[in-house]
Design a protein around this ligand. Structure first.
Ligand code: UGA
Length: 453
């Protein structure tokens, strides 16, 4: 890989989880970075040196770069793109009602950038797009007679550990027809790697070493790598959830099973945690996007359809187990749902299983009080009127007959049974994330309901 002799000025289109993290980290590695955010409320927050979502370590990294001028937040393409030789597209790709990816923002960002990019600019796609999208954007640039090099550079960061994942990556993938541009993009990350310890210390995030690989591929391979990685992880989760249902039926414990199965290094323990299923802005959308991509190319990805079906079944499966254990059923039961973020470490509630559990319970006539240490505000949008939000876990527990742990926040899963006894008279606890020590709850007199335990 070639070393960069002069540092490119970079524009990042879209300052969401991926864009803002990327922009702030590159700005701390010495690049001049423009982050374009069209939403005026969000832009104001970023300009003040903060993030508009919760992400460990990110605020101080943004603030440092905003204060020293290396990161400029703007809504103006004109102010940034003509001065940049590299443009990262990190705009949102929500899904359409039929499950396919909605690429409206991807195309409109490319079209707008096309009017301003100078020849030789490298246009880098970080948004997750169906395979084939890059070729269409290249055609769009060619139609405008633009001598721009297109590179697919998929993102693998996880929300909650976004800073660590970007600095201590396991791989950086870049794919495109122009080998020199692919190499140039990899070199941008190489410089970030050289600065990673000081940036991680600034954000006080984990600095455990990972030996990352730099992988250059073809354009279509790079696009397919991203969705395939997410689909495989989703598959692992749904596989575990299927076996969890069998474990319930035969009185085995899925945690014991997967601890031993995952000890086989060919399989690996990560992403074998059974529970309420996967949520968030990525897996559900990427699985349906991959299925749609398959169909439009004449390929039936039945295995992913099965993974999707299993995932959708999990909240209902858990509530059915609960119903069977309540003498009076779910109607009228007072339930505390602890955890509304789609996983711990984030304020993101998109496709959150905790929200699905709370809403379904409310629909079934339960009295639901929910609480999340960080995601209450964001959850408001998606919760049904019948779900009350509490200001603290204690308040949610106060009136409950049943406790559901829906997100693995340490403040819920690291408690001893005594904590729940103190704040609630509930003696039924649903561990929808399979993270409690079931024996200690059973010994303390709780009726413990896990998933496959
Ligand atoms: C996921 C991928 O892990 C990232 O590599 C990828 O970059 C990102 O999507 C993306 O496409 O942008 P993320 O959605 O942040 O990251 O969260 P994960 O940690 O992967 O968790 C996804 C969901 O699976 C969560 O709801 C989590 O609770 C659930 N999960 C995870 C399980 O139910 N069981 C497990 O064993 C692991």
């Amino acid at each position: 890989m070639t070393e960069l002799t002069t540092l490119p000025t970079i524009t990042v289109l879209g300052a969401g989880y991926v864009g803002l993290t990327t922009a702030a980290l590159l700005a701390n590695a010495g690049y001049k970075v423009f982050a374009i955010e069209p939403n005026s409320e969000r832009l104001k927050v970023i300009k003040s040196g903060q993030s508009f979502f919760y992400e460990d370590g990110l605020d101080v990294i943004i603030k440092t770069a905003i204060d020293n001028g290396s990161l400029v937040a703007t809504n103006s393409y004109e102010q940034s793109i003509p001065h940049s030789s590299v443009v990262f597209s990190c705009v949102g790709t929500p899904d359409n009602p039929d499950g396919s990816s909605n690429l409206a923002y991807v195309y409109s960002a490319a079209e707008e950038a096309a009017t301003l990019m100078k020849p030789g600019t490298r246009y880098v796609q970080k948004s997750t797009v169906p395979v084939g999208t890059g070729r269409e954007i290249e055609a769009l640039f060619q139609k405008s007679n633009l001598a721009v090099h297109y590179v697919s550079n998929p993102e693998f960061l996880r929300e909650g550990t976004a800073v660590y994942d970007t600095l201590f990556f396991d791989r950086v993938v870049a794919g495109g027809d122009n080998a020199e541009s692919v190499d140039h993009i990899l070199a941008i990350y190489k410089r970030l790697e050289q600065h990673r310890h000081s940036i991680a210390q600034l954000g006080t995030v984990d600095t455990s070493e990972r030996k990352g690989q730099y992988i250059a591929t073809s354009l279509n391979s790079a696009e397919l790598i991203k969705v395939t990685a997410n689909a495989f992880l989703a598959l692992k989760i749904s596989f575990s959830n299927s076996i969890a249902k069998l474990a319930d039926a035969v009185d085995a414990d899925i945690v014991e099973v997967m601890d031993a199965v995952g000890a086989d290094e060919r399989i690996g323990r990560p992403f074998l945690n059974a529970g309420r299923g996967y949520g968030g802005g990525c897996f559900p959308k990427d699985v349906s996007g991959l299925i749609a991509s398959g169909l439009s190319n004449g390929v039936d990805l039945e295995i992913m359809q099965a993974a999707q079906l299993v995932n959708k079944s999990m909240p209902g499966y858990i509530l059915e187990k609960l119903r069977e254990n309540l003498p009076k059923g779910l109607k009228g039961a007072r339930v505390a749902v602890l955890g509304l973020a789609f996983k711990a470490g984030t304020s993101d509630t998109r496709r959150s299983p905790g929200v699905a559990l709370a809403n379904t319970l409310a629909r079934l006539g339960a009295t639901v009080t929910a609480f999340d240490p960080i995601a209450n505000e964001e959850a408001c949008r998606d919760l049904l009127k019948g779900v009350s939000l509490a200001d603290s876990a204690q308040q949610a527990l106060n009136t409950a007959d049943v406790i559901i742990i829906a997100t693995e926040w340490p403040e819920f899963i690291d408690q001893k049974p005594r904590y729940y006894e103190e704040f609630s008279r509930a003696r039924v606890i649903v561990d929808a994330v399979n993270r409690l020590n079931k024996h200690s709850y059973i010994s303390a007199g709780f009726q413990y309901i896990g998933v496959g335990r």
